[in-house]
Design a binder for this molecule. Sequence first.
Ligand SMILES: Cc1ncc(COP(=O)(O)O)c(C=O)c1O
Length: 340
Amino acid sequence: MPSSRRPRTDRRAPARFDLSLSENPFPPLPSVLDAVNIEMARSNRYPEFLPRRLPALIAGHLGVQPDQVVVGAGATGVAMQIMQALTAPGAELVTSSPTFDGYPIMAEMAGLNLVPVPLNASGDQDADGLRRAVSKRTALLVLCRPHNPTGTVLPADEVRRFLAAIPNRIPVILDEAYVEFLAEPDQLDLPALLRRHANLIVLRTFSKAYGLAGLRIGYAFGGHDLMGRIRRLQLPFGMATAAVAAVAASYAAAPELGARVRRITAAREHLRNTLCARGTAVPRSHANFLYLPGPGTATALRRAGITAKCYADGSARIAVGDPAADLAVVEALSERVTHR
Ligand SMILES: Cc1ncc(COP(=O)(O)O)c(C=O)c1O
């Protein structure tokens, strides 16, 4: 048979599931969609010149003052604004590696030199390593809790020790993009931390637990001075009017959203237990994704038509919570274990 006609045994299956972006598997709740649609009908009008209603709404929910909240196009937009407002090109950004892909990209856009600190053996952030990486050139630190991609959390006492050891002049982003998936006892006492550390900025998003990634709504909160400096770079007309409606409707739907979060975390635990029982050592995750160590994991998923976030050593991160996708992951990795 001419080689061009031979069946290709390595042919890639078309992607059946895209689990690469840690998205929420559920579409927006009907009540949230209705609220957004009402605003969409008024889309010929501009939103507020500078957002006031959205920060006030979020501040009321958090129990802080409106001027302590800055909103933006996802946590990504807010993080970029923080870099532009608080750092200068040539300075250093210290963070763990691997981390959320956005940080290296934004650091480059802001002209910052990234100082990557490897994760420790248990896949968590190395708080001492991060502290040692701080120099007089450091302009910003980022700590994710839960961490992306491993889903692990730095214990609260380590966070406290870490913040106490960082000079006040260096802003610290505590990235809590997945905080809603974190069990109550693992939550930090943020009011106490914010009182003690004027350099602390908490970063959050409506993309993950709230399932509104496409609407691009993120926010940061912290001390009045720091947030005031960040707000100076607020883009005029930069937040869609629908964001206020989406957030208000989401807060009103807290019980339904909470039930979805519980379904996702239950599915995460079930999937992790199944994979561990079948020989894949999956670290305990506190987010809506699992980190599946390599080698070979990324390839096995790809062959099964599952798009994951892949790492150089063959590991992969997958979003959880879609029962069909979770099952496909188990099948893909079980085959890999049997064929090894
Ligand atoms: C740790 C972390 N921070 C921030 C973000 C950005 O989220 P968004 O820009 O969608 O709000 C992500 C997205 O995956 C993330 O994983």
